[in-house]
Design a protein around this ligand. Structure first.
Ligand code: ADP
Ligand code: GLC
Length: 490
């Protein structure tokens, strides 16, 4: 079987969040199942420096038309670092040679030409598949940036040579990002205005690129079974729940996995000491180093609770902020790493951290190594998300024997089983869950966790359960493969 993956970010070459992790690690896992996998992504300014080797391909640029504008795309071939998985970078300096991927870091605003940029990327990727004669069985695209791929396969690129059987799969990583633009942007798409209607590309008076994927893909997936159910409801569907209900027969929820090599406490270059599920002793050293690095009081017996994420509405940083004063009355230390563009929230966290020096540390930015050290050095990890399609940080935490404390929603509900003494004896619980997105539920879960922490044998047992849980792609990649096979039989 031959698969093409098309995504706007692919780790480790470009990453703002879990989409990149998944696009990269799922591709590697599929290749491991013997599926010939080729990846397409844009060549942003900082990509080349992260590639092991780059080879220009095709002397002549691909010639495309975006509305009335003629555009050119060049292609560069590389591979996912440390693997044989082929990656083609779509190069267009006017569109992608910038400091941000979607947002201008100086203004904090989305680039004004995002619709054009990603319509261009989708067309360029498909034209490249044709020109390279890749003949894929499945073309799998992800999120709003590549929502036009399934539409183009049924319109502009229908029946073209080189596209193989070209069945499309579209994965929704987050219903909150829909790629919505003014109707006038239809002019860039290259398909007729007739597609701008409520059954196809229009949603509440705007052009919606995500909807292109939802309506036109042959198969749909999202990243957990619970979120697959949730997005069919008004509460989580963000205005697209009707479409999701209509397509529910074609929608599957498949839990994300982690890249075993990237997230491995026994071989992680970011850590001061290595450890494994069988021998957790190195974790103590990681905790000690984290306290030092973050200017927390050195104290082996005080539990460190960490949190890592983009500082956006979804992740519940605001809920944590409301709870900081209460948390600081408890015997714990708090370490928070937050990235993203919500400066006001970051300022509020920085101010709080300043008033609880030595017990609460906050770092604003995106720092891969630091994230690894928080997963490894903390005792527990907070994931108080309002909603969470899958969530990777709870999986990273578990891999590093750190116990997650989560809001029971989406993929968090599917991956974390709440503590009870009976389940612990049976080896079946791996965290603390709270229902209801509010302060008392959140603090209740933290208090329950602290109670168990005092009983070090139970805590240790639960940490072992976390560390031995299979959070790799083993099962989920097979589910994707089965879906691809099923679509090909149709
Ligand atoms: P989302 O994709 O919604 O941001 P996920 O939990 O699926 O959330 O994935 C987040 C990924 O990004 C994880 O790999 C996490 O370690 C990483 N990450 C998030 N915030 C930061 C940060 N500030 N610094 C470094 N890595 C981060
Ligand atoms: C999204 C979601 C997150 C998920 C990630 C990868 O960004 O917010 O829950 O884990 O995509 O699928």
């Amino acid at each position: 079987m031959k698969i093409v993956q098309i995504a706007s970010e692919v780790a480790p070459l470009a990453k703002t969040g879990g989409l990149a992790d998944v696009a990269g690690s799922l591709s590697t896992a599929l290749a491991g199942l013997g599926i010939e996998t080729t990846v397409f992504m844009p060549q942003y300014r900082t990509v080349i420096e992260k590639c092991e080797e780059v080879v220009p391909v095709m002397m002549e640029p691909l010639k495309l038309k975006l509305g009335n504008q003629a555009r050119e795309a060049r292609l560069v071939r590389t591979s996912l670092p440390g693997t044989d998985v082929r990656v083609y970078l779509v190069r267009s300096d006017p569109f992608f040679y910038r400091d941000g991927y979607y947002v201008d870091p100086t203004s904090g605003r989305d680039y004004g030409d995002n619709c054009e940029r990603f319509a261009f990327f989708c067309q360029a990727a498909l034209s490249a598949v044709e020109a390279l004669d890749l003949e894929p069985d499945i073309i799998h695209s992800h999120d709003w940036q590549t929502g036009l791929v399934p539409l183009y396969l049924k319109t502009l690129h229908a029946g073209r040579a080189g596209l193989g059987r070209g069945k499309s799969v579209f994965t929704i990583h987050n219903m909150a990002y829909q790629g919505k633009f003014p109707q006038e942007c239809m002019d860039f798409l290259g398909v007729g205005r007739e597609y701008y209607n409520w059954k196809q590309l229009e949603s509440y008076g705007e052009l919606c690129l995500l909807k292109g994927g939802l309506v036109f893909a042959d198969g749909l997936t999202t990243v957990s079974p619970t979120y697959a159910r949730q997005i069919q409801t008004q509460e989580f569907g963000r205005g697209l729940d009707g479409v999701m209900r209509e397509r529910s027969g074609d929608l599957r929820g498949i839990i994300n996995g982690l890249d075993d090599a990237e997230w491995n406490p026994d071989g992680d270059p970011h850590l001061p000491a290595r450890f494994s599920a069988r021998n957790l002793s190195g974790k103590r050293k990681c905790k000690e180093r984290l306290q030092k690095e973050m200017a927390l009081f050195p104290s082996a017996g005080t539990p460190i609770i960490g949190m890592v994420g983009r500082m956006v509405e979804q992740k519940g940083f605001d809920l944590l902020l409301q709870c900081v004063d209460d948390l600081m009355t408890m015997d714990l230390q708090l370490v928070v790493l937050g990235g993203g563009d919500e400066r006001w929230l970051a300022d509020a966290f920085a101010a709080k951290a300043n008033s609880f020096r030595g017990r609460f540390s906050f770092y604003y930015g995106f720092d891969e190594g630091f994230a690894h050290r928080i997963y490894a050095g903390s005792d527990a990890l907070l994931v108080p998300s309002r909603f969470e399609p899958c969530g990777l940080t709870q999986l990273c935490a578990m891999r590093y024997a750190t116990i997650p404390i989560v809001h029971r929603t989406g993929g968090l509900a599917d991956t974390v089983t709440d503590y009870s003494p009976e389940l612990l004896t049976a080896g079946k619980c791996n965290g603390f869950c709270f229902d209801g997105f509010d302060k008392s539920a959140f603090l209740g879960a933290v208090r329950r966790a602290l109670d168990i922490y005092k009983d070090s044998r139970s805590w240790q047992r639960m940490a072992e359960i976390c560390a031995t849980k299979d959070v790799s792609w083993n099962r989920s990649a097979t589910e994707y493969k089965a879906l691809y096979e099923e679509l090909l039989k149709r």
